[in-house]
Design a protein around this ligand. Structure first.
Ligand code: UFG
Length: 335
């Protein structure tokens, strides 16, 4: 079976490609490398001993995408490609709407033209918006967000749901990720954003490696047990495996299905920092600073549906996440 992975050179995409290749799938990657490095493809090959086909094009390039579909017999698509920086999206809303919506619409048109009916989409817990109580469950209203980035996820979920209504044979699995961290055990793949990281774990990695001076924890006065925000951090390899389970489910079902991928546990920023220090035997310089605009105090997943429908649950511990993140940050500094 051949799977097209859009955004397959990115953080979650590359880990998913590794799991797909290890499970015996043929993989075709489409990635314009706007937020990924070309050597990720070589690293995937080093890890798996297999080389996925790679096309460095943007998903909104209809002609290019048609050529890809013409060249391979693609049975299913996992769609990661999209801009994903929350803060940047507030400053550049048009770029986010244009890129994320265009690429999805183009992909759907091309899938339709080539009779491909199975899609797994990279959605986000951000679609639950600021008003739902946690833990978040899939049947809660998921029709709001707090950034243009988040709104693109809400809108794409809507588009895919409407598309499924019009095409009863189509299956779209909307995977709502919580906070993926961690890295591949080889130390060759991980979260390595360009510039100064916005997300917590890559920032911690750069501080630990001495590339940034100290971590600022955004807010210490939230109504949480230790005053810092709580999130549901899950290991990126668990998340990658969730995509394979979703793919299997999509093969045997039709319609749009939203599914949370999280551990079901919330931990605080301070707890994560302490776990990182302990497991890696180091002190991490940090200070408590002001709150960051748009951050919610706490949210985590109800992960029951993923277990019931997909037979998936997270297996890695917070210690695994902190250890592998540090191994990757160390190696990235050396290379
Ligand atoms: N944080 C810090 N210091 C930092 C970076 C982050 O204290 O330097 C804190 C944040 O305030 C937050 C927690 O660490 O409490 C996690 O922040 P991240 O930026 O790593 O992740 P978010 O929870 O803000 O963002 C995630 C996903 C987005 C998604 C968003 C809302 O990365 O894709 O959840 O669901 F949109």
């Amino acid at each position: 079976m051949t799977v097209l992975v859009t955004g397959g050179a990115g953080y979650i995409g590359s880990h998913t490609v590794v799991e797909l290749l290890n499970a015996g799938y043929e993989v075709v990657i489409v990635d314009d490398l706007s937020n990924a490095k070309a050597d990720v493809i070589d690293r995937i090959q080093t890890i798996t001993g297999k080389s996925p086909a790679f096309h460095p094009i943007n998903c909104a390039d209809k002609g290019g995408l048609c050529n890809v579909f013409r060249s391979y017999n693609i049975n299913a698509v996992i769609h990661f490609a999209g801009f994903k920086a929350v803060g940047e999206s507030v400053k550049k809303p048009l770029e986010y709407y244009r890129n994320n919506l265009d690429s999805t619409l183009t992909l759907l048109e091309v899938m339709e033209a080539f009779d491909c009916h199975k899609l797994v989409f990279s959605s986000s817990a951000t679609v639950y918006g600021p008003n739902n109580p946690h833990p978040y469950r899939e049947e809660m209203p998921a029709i709001q967000s707090s950034s243009p980035y988040g709104w693109t996820k809400v809108m794409i979920e809507r588009i895919l749901t409407d598309y499924c209504t019009a095409h009863p044979e189509f299956s779209a699995i909307l995977l709502r990720y919580f906070n993926p961290i961690g890295a591949h055990k080889s130390g060759l793949l991980g979260d390595d954003p360009n510039g100064i990281p916005n997300n917590l774990m890559p920032y911690i990695g750069r501080v630990a490696a001495g590339q940034l001076e100290k971590l600022t924890i955004f807010g210490g006065d939230y109504e949480t047990p230790d005053g810092t925000c709580q999130r549901d951090y899950l290991h990126v390899v668990d998340l990658a495996i969730g995509h394979l389970k979703a793919l299997e489910y999509a093969q045997n079902n039709s319609g749009a299905e939203a599914i949370n991928l999280g551990t079901g546990n919330g931990i605080s920023v301070l707890e994560l920092v302490t776990a990182f220090e302990k497991v890696n035997n180091m002190k991490l310089p940090y200070e408590i600073g002001p709150r960051r605009d748009g951050d919610l105090p706490a949210f985590w997943a109800d992960a029951t549906k993923a277990k019931e429908l997909l037979g998936w649950e997270a297996t890695h511990t917070v210690e695994d996440m902190c250890k592998s993140s540090w191994e990757f940050a160390k190696k990235s500094k050396e290379s």
